[in-house]
Design a protein around this ligand. Structure first.
Ligand SMILES: Nc1ncnc2c1ncn2[C@@H]1O[C@H](COP(=O)(O)OP(=O)(O)OP(=O)(O)O)[C@@H](O)[C@H]1O
Ligand SMILES: [Mg+2]
Length: 220
């Protein structure tokens, strides 16, 4: 079954008199253990598309399905729960909290859990992304690539069925970018998680199971 599916998704923003159509009838899907890369130029609608998949925004037209269920049938609480437990987010700017160390940052999305294992899971995820020797470092005490690895570990803490990444290598050098993409490749197999990454970086093609192009709000 598809982990996520978009069917005929259109997104329009009203900007005063003008209407911006950011997505124009997008069909898309991702399966477990698959890394799908959406490549497109700036302004093509990549972040808008990821926001629809991540339940951070709703389409003007069309349907978003998570694990076969139309999400427009979900209540606000159910949407929150689906976002929290089902989806891991990795953003270019990391969104790590500066006052927390690596372990605490990874634990953060699972703070609601009464599950006492989360501390151990955070440590084991950091070891998996090669940061076992940086557990008590805060973000400013880490390099850009290391911060991104903390963000990836954090995205996995709630054992999501999908990880969404918006320009995850945007401000990293080529070698570090490859390193991050290798990590995604390894994790998708081990965790059987679907990864959807949006980028303008052609390097992603090498690592993707499937690449789709987004141009002016349309999948090509
Ligand atoms: N909240 C909003 N209100 C109005 N217009 C918006 C809004 N968000 C995005 N847009 C417009 O929708 C289009 C797509 O934007 P989006 O951020 O999805 O592009 P992108 O492909 O992620 O670009 P980039 O690579 O620069 O991040 C752009 O023309 C943008 O100006
Ligand atoms: Mg964007």
């Amino acid at each position: 079954m598809n982990v996520i599916e978009l069917v005929g998704v259109t997104k329009r923003y009203q900007m005063g008199e003008e209407v911006v159509e950011a997505l124009k009838g997008v069909d898309f899907h991702a399966e477990p253990g698959e890394m799908v890369v959406v490549i497109g130029p700036s302004g093509s609608g990549k972040s808008t598309m990821l926001n629809m998949i991540g339940l951070l925004d709703t389409p003007t037209e069309g349907t978003v399905l998570h694990r076969g269920h139309d999400v427009s049938d979900l209540t606000e609480d159910e949407l929150t729960e689906e976002r929290r437990s089902g989806i891991g987010f990795v953003f270019q700017a990391f969104h790590l909290l500066p006052v927390l160390d690596a372990v605490e940052n990874v634990e953060l999305p699972s703070m609601w859990d009464t599950d006492v294992d989360r501390h151990d899971r955070a440590i084991s995820l950091l070891e998996r992304v090669g940061l076992g020797d940086r557990l008590d470092h805060t973000p400013t005490e880490l390099s850009g690539g290391q911060r991104q690895r903390v963000a990836i570990a954090r995205a996995l803490i709630n054992e999501p069925h999908i990880v969404l990444a918006d320009e995850p290598t945007g401000n990293l050098d080529r070698e570090t970018a490859r390193n991050i993409l290798d990590m995604f490749t390894q994790l998708k197999t081990e965790e059987d998680v679907a990864i959807v990454a949006v980028t303008h970086d052609e390097l992603f093609r090498e690592f993707a199971d499937r690449t789709v192009s987004l141009v002016d709000g349309r999948i090509r």
